[in-house]
Design a binder for this molecule. Structure first.
Ligand code: NAD
Length: 299
Protein backbone atom coordinates (compact mmCIF):
# COMPACT_ATOMS: atom_id res chain seq x y z
CA UNK A 1 0.00 0.00 0.00
CA UNK A 2 1.23 3.50 -0.85
CA UNK A 3 1.46 5.64 2.23
CA UNK A 4 2.20 9.29 1.57
CA UNK A 5 3.45 11.75 4.14
CA UNK A 6 0.72 14.27 4.64
CA UNK A 7 1.72 17.90 4.95
CA UNK A 8 -0.60 20.43 6.50
CA UNK A 9 -1.10 23.59 4.46
CA UNK A 10 -0.85 25.91 7.43
CA UNK A 11 -2.96 29.01 6.85
CA UNK A 12 -1.78 30.65 10.04
CA UNK A 13 1.94 30.45 9.22
CA UNK A 14 1.42 31.23 5.52
CA UNK A 15 -0.82 34.21 6.25
CA UNK A 16 1.66 35.51 8.84
CA UNK A 17 4.45 35.33 6.24
CA UNK A 18 2.39 37.07 3.54
CA UNK A 19 1.14 39.74 5.94
CA UNK A 20 4.72 40.50 6.97
CA UNK A 21 5.53 41.02 3.27
CA UNK A 22 2.46 43.27 2.76
CA UNK A 23 3.44 45.30 5.84
CA UNK A 24 6.95 45.79 4.45
CA UNK A 25 5.67 46.68 0.95
CA UNK A 26 3.19 49.14 2.48
CA UNK A 27 5.88 50.91 4.51
CA UNK A 28 8.08 51.14 1.40
CA UNK A 29 5.21 52.44 -0.70
CA UNK A 30 4.40 55.14 1.88
CA UNK A 31 8.09 56.05 2.26
CA UNK A 32 8.21 56.65 -1.52
CA UNK A 33 5.35 59.15 -1.20
CA UNK A 34 2.49 56.77 -1.94
CA UNK A 35 -0.79 57.06 -0.11
CA UNK A 36 -1.60 54.94 2.92
CA UNK A 37 -3.92 52.10 1.81
CA UNK A 38 -7.41 52.60 3.21
CA UNK A 39 -10.12 49.95 3.34
CA UNK A 40 -13.76 50.88 3.95
CA UNK A 41 -16.09 48.13 5.15
CA UNK A 42 -19.87 48.18 5.30
CA UNK A 43 -21.82 45.85 7.52
CA UNK A 44 -25.61 45.62 7.53
CA UNK A 45 -27.51 44.05 10.44
CA UNK A 46 -25.85 42.04 13.18
CA UNK A 47 -25.06 38.61 11.84
CA UNK A 48 -22.42 37.28 14.31
CA UNK A 49 -20.33 35.59 11.58
CA UNK A 50 -20.27 38.82 9.51
CA UNK A 51 -19.29 40.79 12.64
CA UNK A 52 -16.40 38.40 13.24
CA UNK A 53 -15.19 38.55 9.60
CA UNK A 54 -15.37 42.34 9.39
CA UNK A 55 -13.75 42.72 12.82
CA UNK A 56 -10.78 40.64 11.77
CA UNK A 57 -10.44 42.56 8.47
CA UNK A 58 -10.33 45.87 10.37
CA UNK A 59 -7.80 44.49 12.88
CA UNK A 60 -5.64 43.25 10.01
CA UNK A 61 -5.68 46.75 8.48
CA UNK A 62 -4.26 48.12 11.74
CA UNK A 63 -1.65 45.36 11.85
CA UNK A 64 -0.44 46.14 8.32
CA UNK A 65 -0.38 49.93 8.60
CA UNK A 66 -3.54 50.51 6.55
CA UNK A 67 -6.23 53.02 7.41
CA UNK A 68 -9.78 51.73 7.73
CA UNK A 69 -13.39 52.87 8.02
CA UNK A 70 -16.21 50.71 9.33
CA UNK A 71 -19.80 51.75 8.62
CA UNK A 72 -22.64 49.89 10.32
CA UNK A 73 -26.25 50.01 9.21
CA UNK A 74 -29.42 48.58 10.68
CA UNK A 75 -31.02 45.56 9.02
CA UNK A 76 -33.85 47.77 7.67
CA UNK A 77 -31.68 50.20 5.66
CA UNK A 78 -33.14 50.65 2.18
CA UNK A 79 -31.24 49.53 -0.88
CA UNK A 80 -31.16 53.11 -2.17
CA UNK A 81 -29.64 54.43 1.08
CA UNK A 82 -26.97 51.73 0.95
CA UNK A 83 -26.19 52.50 -2.70
CA UNK A 84 -25.87 56.19 -1.75
CA UNK A 85 -23.33 55.30 0.91
CA UNK A 86 -21.33 53.31 -1.64
CA UNK A 87 -21.42 56.27 -4.08
CA UNK A 88 -20.02 58.52 -1.32
CA UNK A 89 -17.23 56.05 -0.72
CA UNK A 90 -16.55 55.87 -4.47
CA UNK A 91 -16.11 59.67 -4.47
CA UNK A 92 -13.93 59.75 -1.36
CA UNK A 93 -10.28 59.89 -2.49
CA UNK A 94 -9.12 58.76 0.93
CA UNK A 95 -10.67 55.32 0.36
CA UNK A 96 -8.88 52.78 -1.85
CA UNK A 97 -10.99 49.70 -1.31
CA UNK A 98 -14.67 49.13 -0.51
CA UNK A 99 -16.10 45.93 0.82
CA UNK A 100 -19.70 45.20 1.64
CA UNK A 101 -19.92 42.18 3.90
CA UNK A 102 -22.28 39.53 2.51
CA UNK A 103 -24.89 38.19 3.10
CA UNK A 104 -27.16 41.23 2.87
CA UNK A 105 -30.79 41.30 4.03
CA UNK A 106 -33.23 39.82 1.50
CA UNK A 107 -34.69 43.20 0.43
CA UNK A 108 -31.28 44.36 -0.86
CA UNK A 109 -29.92 43.01 -4.13
CA UNK A 110 -26.32 41.72 -3.86
CA UNK A 111 -25.88 42.44 -7.57
CA UNK A 112 -27.06 46.06 -7.26
CA UNK A 113 -24.65 46.64 -4.38
CA UNK A 114 -21.68 44.96 -6.04
CA UNK A 115 -22.33 46.77 -9.33
CA UNK A 116 -22.42 50.14 -7.51
CA UNK A 117 -18.83 49.81 -6.28
CA UNK A 118 -16.25 51.67 -8.37
CA UNK A 119 -14.32 48.85 -10.13
CA UNK A 120 -11.11 50.68 -9.16
CA UNK A 121 -12.05 50.13 -5.48
CA UNK A 122 -13.46 46.62 -5.88
CA UNK A 123 -10.97 44.90 -3.58
CA UNK A 124 -13.32 41.95 -3.01
CA UNK A 125 -13.07 41.30 -6.75
CA UNK A 126 -16.82 40.70 -7.18
CA UNK A 127 -17.65 43.47 -9.70
CA UNK A 128 -18.41 42.33 -13.28
CA UNK A 129 -15.46 44.44 -14.51
CA UNK A 130 -13.09 42.57 -12.16
CA UNK A 131 -14.59 39.23 -13.23
CA UNK A 132 -14.28 40.15 -16.90
CA UNK A 133 -10.66 41.17 -16.52
CA UNK A 134 -9.90 37.97 -14.62
CA UNK A 135 -11.53 35.82 -17.31
CA UNK A 136 -9.48 37.58 -20.00
CA UNK A 137 -6.26 37.20 -18.00
CA UNK A 138 -5.91 40.96 -17.59
CA UNK A 139 -4.67 42.64 -14.42
CA UNK A 140 -7.62 42.35 -12.03
CA UNK A 141 -8.64 42.39 -8.39
CA UNK A 142 -9.11 38.67 -7.82
CA UNK A 143 -11.85 37.45 -5.46
CA UNK A 144 -10.18 37.18 -2.07
CA UNK A 145 -10.77 33.50 -1.27
CA UNK A 146 -9.56 32.00 -4.57
CA UNK A 147 -6.72 34.54 -4.55
CA UNK A 148 -5.79 33.38 -1.04
CA UNK A 149 -5.75 29.75 -2.18
CA UNK A 150 -3.48 30.61 -5.12
CA UNK A 151 -1.15 32.43 -2.71
CA UNK A 152 -1.09 29.35 -0.51
CA UNK A 153 -0.24 26.98 -3.40
CA UNK A 154 2.51 29.37 -4.43
CA UNK A 155 3.87 29.64 -0.88
CA UNK A 156 4.22 25.86 -0.68
CA UNK A 157 5.76 25.71 -4.18
CA UNK A 158 3.12 23.26 -5.34
CA UNK A 159 3.48 22.80 -9.08
CA UNK A 160 -0.08 22.33 -10.34
CA UNK A 161 0.84 22.23 -14.05
CA UNK A 162 -0.95 19.33 -15.76
CA UNK A 163 -2.78 18.28 -12.61
CA UNK A 164 -6.47 17.46 -12.61
CA UNK A 165 -8.27 19.86 -10.29
CA UNK A 166 -11.84 19.12 -9.23
CA UNK A 167 -13.65 22.11 -7.77
CA UNK A 168 -16.83 21.21 -5.89
CA UNK A 169 -19.21 24.20 -5.67
CA UNK A 170 -19.73 26.89 -8.29
CA UNK A 171 -20.46 30.07 -6.31
CA UNK A 172 -19.51 33.36 -7.94
CA UNK A 173 -17.18 34.18 -5.06
CA UNK A 174 -15.30 30.88 -4.64
CA UNK A 175 -15.90 27.86 -6.87
CA UNK A 176 -16.32 29.48 -10.29
CA UNK A 177 -13.36 31.90 -10.02
CA UNK A 178 -11.16 29.18 -8.48
CA UNK A 179 -11.93 26.85 -11.42
CA UNK A 180 -10.99 29.64 -13.79
CA UNK A 181 -7.76 30.58 -12.01
CA UNK A 182 -6.61 26.97 -11.83
CA UNK A 183 -7.18 26.52 -15.58
CA UNK A 184 -5.26 29.68 -16.55
CA UNK A 185 -1.82 29.69 -18.10
CA UNK A 186 -0.13 30.67 -14.84
CA UNK A 187 1.73 29.25 -11.91
CA UNK A 188 -0.13 28.02 -9.90
CA UNK A 189 -2.61 27.13 -12.61
CA UNK A 190 -2.25 25.19 -15.86
CA UNK A 191 -4.45 22.48 -14.38
CA UNK A 192 -7.19 20.59 -16.16
CA UNK A 193 -10.32 21.56 -14.29
CA UNK A 194 -13.65 19.89 -13.59
CA UNK A 195 -16.26 22.13 -11.95
CA UNK A 196 -18.86 20.14 -9.98
CA UNK A 197 -22.12 21.36 -8.43
CA UNK A 198 -25.36 20.12 -6.95
CA UNK A 199 -26.50 18.60 -10.27
CA UNK A 200 -23.25 16.76 -10.99
CA UNK A 201 -23.76 13.04 -11.49
CA UNK A 202 -21.20 10.60 -10.10
CA UNK A 203 -19.48 13.21 -7.94
CA UNK A 204 -17.46 10.53 -6.17
CA UNK A 205 -16.01 9.28 -9.49
CA UNK A 206 -15.00 12.83 -10.45
CA UNK A 207 -13.36 13.43 -7.08
CA UNK A 208 -11.48 10.12 -7.26
CA UNK A 209 -9.81 11.38 -10.46
CA UNK A 210 -8.58 14.53 -8.77
CA UNK A 211 -5.00 15.46 -8.02
CA UNK A 212 -6.43 18.55 -6.30
CA UNK A 213 -9.87 18.90 -4.72
CA UNK A 214 -11.21 22.33 -3.85
CA UNK A 215 -14.23 21.86 -1.58
CA UNK A 216 -16.57 24.88 -1.50
CA UNK A 217 -19.97 23.35 -0.84
CA UNK A 218 -21.11 24.56 2.59
CA UNK A 219 -21.96 21.05 3.87
CA UNK A 220 -20.01 19.81 6.91
CA UNK A 221 -17.61 16.90 6.17
CA UNK A 222 -19.12 16.46 2.68
CA UNK A 223 -15.91 15.12 1.07
CA UNK A 224 -15.29 11.72 2.61
CA UNK A 225 -12.35 9.32 2.53
CA UNK A 226 -13.84 7.13 -0.21
CA UNK A 227 -13.95 10.18 -2.56
CA UNK A 228 -10.24 10.96 -2.31
CA UNK A 229 -7.38 9.37 -4.22
CA UNK A 230 -4.09 8.60 -2.43
CA UNK A 231 -1.74 11.57 -2.57
CA UNK A 232 -4.38 14.16 -3.47
CA UNK A 233 -4.07 17.81 -2.45
CA UNK A 234 -7.12 19.20 -0.65
CA UNK A 235 -8.12 22.82 -0.19
CA UNK A 236 -11.10 23.02 2.15
CA UNK A 237 -13.01 26.29 1.87
CA UNK A 238 -15.97 25.28 4.03
CA UNK A 239 -16.72 27.06 7.28
CA UNK A 240 -19.56 25.25 9.04
CA UNK A 241 -20.63 25.56 12.69
CA UNK A 242 -21.72 22.24 14.10
CA UNK A 243 -22.92 21.22 17.57
CA UNK A 244 -20.22 20.03 19.94
CA UNK A 245 -21.37 19.52 23.53
CA UNK A 246 -17.72 19.09 24.64
CA UNK A 247 -17.06 22.78 23.85
CA UNK A 248 -18.00 25.57 26.19
CA UNK A 249 -19.80 27.35 23.34
CA UNK A 250 -21.58 24.12 22.38
CA UNK A 251 -20.33 24.62 18.79
CA UNK A 252 -17.23 24.07 16.72
CA UNK A 253 -16.07 24.88 13.20
CA UNK A 254 -15.59 22.17 10.60
CA UNK A 255 -14.87 22.30 6.90
CA UNK A 256 -16.52 20.67 3.92
CA UNK A 257 -14.00 17.82 4.17
CA UNK A 258 -14.06 14.99 6.71
CA UNK A 259 -10.58 16.03 7.79
CA UNK A 260 -9.86 13.33 10.41
CA UNK A 261 -10.60 10.47 8.04
CA UNK A 262 -9.26 12.06 4.84
CA UNK A 263 -6.00 13.62 6.02
CA UNK A 264 -3.80 10.52 5.93
CA UNK A 265 -4.65 9.90 2.27
CA UNK A 266 -3.51 13.38 1.20
CA UNK A 267 -0.17 14.81 0.23
CA UNK A 268 -1.35 18.25 1.39
CA UNK A 269 -4.50 19.42 3.15
CA UNK A 270 -5.79 22.65 4.70
CA UNK A 271 -7.27 22.41 8.19
CA UNK A 272 -10.46 24.19 9.30
CA UNK A 273 -10.03 26.47 11.11
CA UNK A 274 -6.50 27.63 10.33
CA UNK A 275 -6.48 27.07 6.58
CA UNK A 276 -8.13 28.85 3.66
CA UNK A 277 -10.07 31.31 5.87
CA UNK A 278 -6.90 33.05 7.00
CA UNK A 279 -5.65 33.27 3.43
CA UNK A 280 -8.81 35.10 2.33
CA UNK A 281 -7.79 38.14 4.37
CA UNK A 282 -4.37 38.08 2.67
CA UNK A 283 -6.07 38.23 -0.74
CA UNK A 284 -8.17 41.18 0.36
CA UNK A 285 -5.18 43.05 1.78
CA UNK A 286 -3.05 42.40 -1.33
CA UNK A 287 -5.85 43.89 -3.42
CA UNK A 288 -6.16 46.92 -1.12
CA UNK A 289 -2.44 47.65 -1.27
CA UNK A 290 -2.57 47.28 -5.06
CA UNK A 291 -5.51 49.73 -5.19
CA UNK A 292 -3.57 52.25 -3.07
CA UNK A 293 -0.65 51.95 -5.50
CA UNK A 294 -3.03 52.57 -8.42
CA UNK A 295 -4.43 55.62 -6.61
CA UNK A 296 -0.97 57.09 -5.86
CA UNK A 297 0.67 59.16 -8.51
CA UNK A 298 4.13 57.69 -8.17
CA UNK A 299 6.16 55.39 -10.42
P1 NAD B 1 -22.59 28.63 -1.85
O1 NAD B 1 -23.21 28.27 -0.54
O2 NAD B 1 -22.97 29.88 -2.54
O3 NAD B 1 -22.82 27.45 -2.88
C1 NAD B 1 -22.58 26.13 -2.60
C2 NAD B 1 -22.21 25.41 -3.86
O4 NAD B 1 -22.13 24.03 -3.56
C3 NAD B 1 -23.22 25.58 -4.99
O5 NAD B 1 -22.55 25.94 -6.16
C4 NAD B 1 -23.84 24.19 -5.16
O6 NAD B 1 -24.11 23.86 -6.51
C5 NAD B 1 -22.79 23.29 -4.56
N1 NAD B 1 -23.41 22.12 -3.95
C6 NAD B 1 -24.38 22.11 -3.00
N2 NAD B 1 -24.72 20.83 -2.72
C7 NAD B 1 -23.94 20.05 -3.49
C8 NAD B 1 -23.85 18.65 -3.67
N3 NAD B 1 -24.63 17.81 -2.98
N4 NAD B 1 -22.95 18.18 -4.54
C9 NAD B 1 -22.14 19.02 -5.25
N5 NAD B 1 -22.19 20.37 -5.12
C10 NAD B 1 -23.09 20.86 -4.25
O7 NAD B 1 -21.00 28.49 -1.71
P2 NAD B 1 -19.87 29.44 -1.15
O8 NAD B 1 -20.38 30.80 -0.85
O9 NAD B 1 -18.75 29.25 -2.10
O10 NAD B 1 -19.54 28.76 0.26
C11 NAD B 1 -19.11 27.42 0.36
C12 NAD B 1 -18.51 27.19 1.74
O11 NAD B 1 -17.32 27.98 1.85
C13 NAD B 1 -19.38 27.63 2.91
O12 NAD B 1 -19.14 26.75 4.01
C14 NAD B 1 -18.88 29.02 3.24
O13 NAD B 1 -19.09 29.36 4.61
C15 NAD B 1 -17.41 28.85 2.96
N6 NAD B 1 -16.68 30.08 2.61
C16 NAD B 1 -15.46 30.23 3.17
C17 NAD B 1 -14.68 31.31 2.83
C18 NAD B 1 -13.32 31.42 3.44
O14 NAD B 1 -12.77 32.50 3.50
N7 NAD B 1 -12.73 30.31 3.89
C19 NAD B 1 -15.13 32.27 1.92
C20 NAD B 1 -16.39 32.07 1.32
C21 NAD B 1 -17.15 30.95 1.66
Amino acid sequence: MYICAMQLLDGKATAAHIKEQIKKDTAEHIAKGGKQPHLAAIIVGNNPASEAYVGSKIRTCEELGFGSTLKRFEEDITEEALLDEIRHMNDNDEIDGILVQLPLPKHISDDAVINAIDPGKDVDGFHPVSTGRMVLGQKAYLPATPYGMMLMLKHYNIDTKGMHCVVVGRSNIVGTPMALLMSRNSNPGNATVTLCHRHTKNLKEHCLQADIIVAAVGIPKFITEDMVKEGAIILDVGINRIDDPTRKSGKRLVGDVDFDNVKDKCSYITPVPGGVGLMTICGLMMNTLEAAKEHSNID
